[in-house]
Design a protein around this ligand. Structure first.
Ligand code: SAH
Length: 344
């Protein structure tokens, strides 16, 4: 079976020709795919053509298996099922400025960060570009009755996007296709644990996405305690790659910093972090660490979060505490999938 979802309009056009149909059918099918349609719904194709194509190609490779909506803030946690039975998670968040969707880029993850649930069983496989797009298409279909669509996307679900570089870049390029979903790349954030060479590669792609870096520590020593990737690249190397990204794209970089009591949350750590980031075109997102049952890491009191934030702000570092959404429907990120696959 050929997965058409991750193809460009030109590629689908070539493909329909190999199936014995005229080129203009390519654009029609491409448009339908980006509207989330299955072959059966492509009403401008003949029934016979739809049935023929269905035998050889896939258009919607992702389906919603489970959906939980928060009565408090309307956040929706989604468990998507892929064609091989694997599952990945997504979260749909409603803001004043629009609807933001968190998508996954791999089934599982091999980066091994100690605080993260997605990495507990390692990486199972990479998602295709079509599957990443499919996650958005599913969410758009859920929003259809409200007559709204996903306006912002964050690559912060399971997986390390820069460990699946080719598919992620293909996915990002699809956003720019004329007849497609047309999500502005400026509304897309890509979060990485800091795979330095790939950060340089991304800066050269001409794709102005917001780069987010999971820093989580003010020193290499502390970072190495929770993030294995810190044994490969130092904070200094990461910051140099960020400066390059800022120069090349003109976009500020966002640093994510999950606070864990007894590890990285003291005032002195906030001072160290301020010194690291001084003068850089960046923003810090503070996240109280979500405690993952299988991991021995502590969360943090709100009071300490506010104190940490205050130090950064006093040092003129742009920083905010990330709002937590959908807390009432499932614990930490990655927990919904675990619950389903382990049957607990
Ligand atoms: N692999 C990418 C993107 C996926 S994780 C990355 O590392 O950035 C998205 C964000 O959630 C990252 O900043 C990650 O460090 C953070 N995260 C993972 N587990 C967390 C937890 N238990 N509490 C708080 N943040 C967590």
């Amino acid at each position: 079976m050929t997965e058409l979802t991750g193809m460009t309009c030109a590629e689908i056009t070539e493909w329909v020709k190999t199936q014995g149909y005229p080129a203009f059918r390519g654009k029609q099918i491409f448009r339908w795919i980006h509207q989330g349609a299955e072959f059966g719904e492509m009403t401008n194709l003949s029934k016979e053509m739809r049935e023929n194509l269905e035998q050889t190609a896939i258009v919607q490779p992702v389906h919603v298996r489970l959906k939980r909506e928060s009565p408090l803030d309307g956040t929706v946690k989604l468990l998507y099922e892929l064609r091989d039975g694997n599952c990945v998670e997504g979260v749909l968040m409603r803001y004043k400025y629009g609807v933001s969707l968190c998508i996954s880029t791999q089934v599982g993850c091999r980066m091994g960060c100690r605080f993260c649930a997605s990495t507990l069983e390692g990486r199972v496989r990479d998602l295709t570009a079509g599957e990443m797009l499919g996650e958005i298409l599913c969410a758009n279909r859920l929003l259809e009755e409200e007559d709204i669509r996903v306006s912002h996307v964050v690559l912060m679900g399971s997986g390390e996007p820069l460990d699946n570089y080719g598919n992620v870049v293909r996915f990002l390029r699809l956003m720019k296709e004329e007849e497609g979903i047309q999500l502005s790349l400026r509304n897309i954030s890509l979060s990485t644990c800091g795979i330095v060479p790939k950060m340089y590669d991304l800066a050269e792609e001409g794709l102005p996405v917001t780069l987010c870096v999971s820093l989580h520590a003010p020193t290499d020593e502390i970072r190495r305690q929770t993030m294995p990737i810190a044994n490969t690249w130092s904070i200094a190397e990461i910051l140099e790659a960020c400066r390059n990204y800022i120069r090349k794209t003109g976009r500020r970089v966002i640093f994510e910093y999950a606070l864990s009591d007894g590890l990285n949350a003291e005032k002195e750590h906030a001072e160290q972090l301020s010194r690291l980031l001084r003068g850089m075109q960046c923003h810090v997102n503070l996240i109280p660490l979500n405690v993952v049952r299988e991991r021995d890491m502590k969360g943090i009191d709100e009071k300490k979060v506010q104190e940490f934030l205050k130090v950064l702000q006093n040092n003129h570092i742009s920083a905010t505490r990330r709002r937590e959404m959908g807390d009432d429907i499932e614990g930490a990120c990655g927990q919904l999938r675990r619950k389903v696959i382990t049957g607990e």
